[in-house]
Design a protein around this ligand. Structure first.
Ligand SMILES: NC(=O)c1ccc[n+]([C@@H]2O[C@H](COP(=O)([O-])OP(=O)(O)OC[C@H]3O[C@@H](n4cnc5c(N)ncnc54)[C@H](OP(=O)(O)O)[C@@H]3O)[C@@H](O)[C@H]2O)c1
Length: 241
């Protein structure tokens, strides 16, 4: 489990990407070799978001290869990244555009940072679309690209989730009831957390079935200059005020 801020978790990125095939949901502790990120072709989803921007920054410091970012139509890349970062238009709601992005980028690693991170939404279906259906679509795209007439090597999926997906402990939090990484998930406290847990189960099932290679990274609350925290229209600021 990585509870680091993305500003501090380059070691975790490195360890995850270095990992071999694994059915583990643990990040950063199961790798069989320590290959460098340098030279790995990467595709990042959610690169316009808070965590995604920091992950792209970290990749830029490490990789000599262009970094490909899947962006929705009308969403430009943040300024300042230069030619090393390439924009590919697509949408997590479209398997076809995801397949095209994987093919165009020839990626070896996919960082899945796209999602809906919010404490509340007027429509719980938006959590499902962003955090469950999108994972299903990405897994399908990876599998489809693998099985096309000219199969290419499988991109490894680094799927990013939240510690909230572990849910609540039963009987209150004590040293005895505290979760370990082997604990089954408890009941989730929000529609957001429940949707992330469901997306994680899809990814984990694909890893365990060896359909897709990868792992899940469980982030805790990330600190930093997050646009969501200074936007008065967003729920986090409304709760704080
Ligand atoms: N921030 C935290 O403290 C924290 C903690 C734990 C886990 N996480 C997890 O980390 C991930 C990223 O969180 P964040 O805070 O960076 O969220 P964010 O700032 O809201 O960014 C979300 C990203 O997802 C993209 N996205 C959403 N729907 C998409 C779609 N249909 N197709 C393509 N892209 C789509 C957004 O693109 P647009 O620009 O087009 O909207 C944006 O780039 C989430 O999975 C979240 O659960 C975050």
């Amino acid at each position: 489990m990585c509870a680091s801020s993305p500003l501090q978790c380059e070691g975790d990125l490195q360890a995850m990407v270095a990992g071999g095939d694994s059915s583990s949901s643990q990040a950063g502790c199961w790798h069989s070799d320590c290959a460098s990120l340098t030279g790995r072709a990467c595709l990042v989803t959610g690169a316009t978001g808070f965590v995604g921007r920091n992950v792209v920054d970290a990749l830029l410091r490490r990789s000599a290869r262009p970094i490909y970012c899947l962006c929705r139509p009308g969403r430009p890349l943040p300024p300042g990244w230069g030619d090393a970062v390439r924009r590919i238009e697509g949408d997590m709601e479209s398997v076809e555009t995801l397949e095209a992005a994987i093919t165009e980028s020839q990626c070896e690693v996919i960082f899945n940072l796209a999602g809906l991170y919010a404490w509340w939404a007027p429509d719980n279906g938006s959590f499902r679309r962003a955090n469950v259906d999108s994972v299903r679509n990405l897994l399908a795209a990876i599998t489809n690209v693998q099985s096309d007439p000219a199969p290419r090597s499988r991109p490894k999926l680094i799927h990013v989730s939240t510690v909230l997906a572990y849910g609540r402990t039963s009987g209150g939090l004590t040293p005895e009831t505290a979760f370990t990484e082997a604990s089954p998930a408890g009941p989730c406290s929000s529609a957001y957390a429940a949707s992330k847990a469901e997306g994680d189960r899809l990814a984990l099932a694909a890893f365990q079935a060896r359909e897709v290679s990868g792992c899940i990274l469980y982030l805790a609350c990330c600190l930093g200059a997050d646009h969501k925290l200074v936007d008065p229209r967003r729920d986090v600021m409304r709760i704080a005020s």
